[in-house]
Write a protein that binds this ligand. Sequence first.
Ligand SMILES: Nc1ncnc2c1ncn2[C@@H]1O[C@H](COP(=O)(O)OP(=O)(O)OP(=O)(O)O)[C@@H](O)[C@H]1O
Ligand SMILES: [Mg+2]
Length: 277
Amino acid sequence: MTSATAAPILEMSGLNKRFGAVRALIDVDFEVSPGEVVALVGDNGAGKSTLIKAISGAQPADEGRIVFDGRPVSVSTPADAVDLGIATVYQDLALCDNLDVVGNLWLGREARNAGVVLDEVTMEHRATELLRQLEVRTLRSVRTPVSSLSGGQRQSVAIARSLLGEPKVVMLDEPTAALGVAQTRQVLDLILRLKEQGLAVIVISHNLADVFEVADRVVVMRLGKRVATFDARAVSRADVVAAITGADLETAAHPEARAAVHDDGDPTDPAGPEGAA
Ligand SMILES: Nc1ncnc2c1ncn2[C@@H]1O[C@H](COP(=O)(O)OP(=O)(O)OP(=O)(O)O)[C@@H](O)[C@H]1O
Ligand SMILES: [Mg+2]
């Protein structure tokens, strides 16, 4: 059963973001429900990371509405997002090599609970518990220094860290980029486990095989716009690729069109028919 029947936990509408003349987000709507995995795909520069950063508060949109758990909210800083229960795992995982797994999990939140500083034993216990819940089996000890972990294990630690705040939405920007086959498997399994636990998951990936492994819905962005949304079980890889490249608009055959669409106020905007739709 799809979670699409559940009411969205996070809904955004009319998101716009400009970087000078570049329109990185153009009237983007986006929504995700509890227990649902949405894959966000699109070519380089399509606006995927910009969308994630608008939700995570790292780089707020210029315009747009965000509704979280049925309430309009404003997310202007990363702390706002974390407080709401929106966790983000960025591609550069920002783990500290010289600390062990426990140290990395608690880094920056130094285990304060209601003002009480937790001791090492409690932190270690919670770290072990969290990784057990996530079924991160390959990790022998939470006292292993992060420098000696594999890429997949590091990604698991980064994901686990994002879960300490007990979020309702988890966003992952390219979690399997640069991972080998077995490590990718491990991260994909982890994503499915988050879904099972009822979290809403947004995952950016350039790897369509990974996308089809985990996603319920596939949202395609192109040149700042959301151009297509597919039920992952009902769409072919070719259709997703066509939406990504804009094969239907022949933008792939006319690379100069890509520049023109970013040219603010160009009346010959090749995305015109779509924009008018
Ligand atoms: N901080 C910034 N300053 C200026 N332009 C930016 C900035 N961040 C993004 N852009 C531009 O906005 C557009 C969307 O970029 P974004 O990083 O969201 O793409 P993406 O879909 O994540 O691409 P990739 O797959 O390469 O990560 C691009 O044209 C990019 O050059
Ligand atoms: Mg990106």
